[in-house]
Design a protein around this ligand. Sequence first.
Ligand SMILES: [Zn+2]
Length: 479
Amino acid sequence: MARHAGAGAERLDLVVHGGQVVTSTDVLDVAIGIKDEKIVALAPADLLPPAERTIDARGKYVLPGAMDCHIHLGPEYDDWRGGPIAAAHAGLTTLLGFALYDHQARETLPQAIKRLRDETEQQSVLDFGFHFILAHTPYILDGIPEAVEMGVTSFKLFMTYKKRPPRMCPDDFVIAAMERIAKAGGVTQLHCENGDVLDFLENRAIAEGRTAPKDFPPTCPDWAEEEAINRAITMGAMTGSPVYVVHLSTRLGLERIKAAQVQGQRVWTETCPQYLLLDDSLMERWGPYAKMGPPLRPATGPDRDAMWNGLAGGFIATVGSDHAPRVKAAKEPGWKNIFVDPEGKPIPFGNPSVETMVPLMYSEGVVKRGLPLTWMARVLAENPARIFGLYPRKGAIRVGSDADLLIIDPEPEWTVTANELRGIAGMTLYEGWRMRGRPWMTLLRGRVLLNQRKLEQEPGYGRYLARTAPRPPLGGAVR
Ligand SMILES: [Zn+2]
């Protein structure tokens, strides 16, 4: 017997009404009905059954839950308890974090996945998955098929960082890894910079006494990124593995990626707020705190504009934060020598970014540069979900998807300050930036998570996301 709305009809858990609903392709005047963690209806509010809780989103934009697909959490960074809490306050609902195995103990991928999954389920307030970093430790490759079965479908290799063995992977190892990843149905992420070139230039700078913070970016030239991207793409073609270039930072590199995309090769890329918004002039003011890999690019160069154009044109699929915060004590020695400390240990790369990413993309991308709201839904939700095997469970506002929402209030004007941030870094390169608009509320699996600056859920609410094979991201111009 059919069930009718009204008396006796099943109640919904939650209805979000009155807001403009933004998907990766459309802006709709529609209400969202939610039950048992899922979106169950998109309809005019007066056609939906009654709900336990309603959210009046008039004057707000309702986007699919935002995902950070490039974040470093764990020892030396924000941990998996504090990091997700900070990210949740900043409007995110899902984190795909980089994970490490213990190569000294010859830990396998399945062992490391189980260990980290069990630990993180106790800690994280956000839903989460792992990309595993594969160091140059050949035994690790045997675990790839089982890792994919356990829901880890993305693996990152570094083509640089020669002074941090066994991190940098030579080409023969990259090829061997790509072959296994392709066969298992995963995606290979690559940090594309030519490590031999960077190490040579760094050693020469040290020998010649050019070790001030401003001497760091010139040791990482744009063509060293382009060269490594070219090699990664070529090896991807050779092995059949999808190639995902992390944190793209140069116009030269983007041109090479576009050429591969035109050929129909599965080559996808991401950029980060810092390569869209910041430049190497910050090395004077912030010194080691602005040291990151790849480096901030020249203030007068073409790279920042190229990143915005690449996003608007649909060639750059995603924006990730590359959040890699460090405590002050780890960075401070870099004022004297930006490359290595007195014991010869590298001054760490990385800066905090997850707490500013969503507001910056709205304020700088949508408000200031006129990118459409659908662009935000594309690069922060749908495309990372597609590439990393979560679509349409995550990244979409449609019936059957997890009820993960990011509701933005376009009105507030405010100023970024480290005092309001929660991470261990205790600073932000965006100190004093004027912003327009702010995450107002988020939902994660049907529950309110962020509610006007406060969290309604506790650490441990987050769930491990077993992921599947990549799907191509949406491309094409967004305006
Ligand atoms: Zn990174």
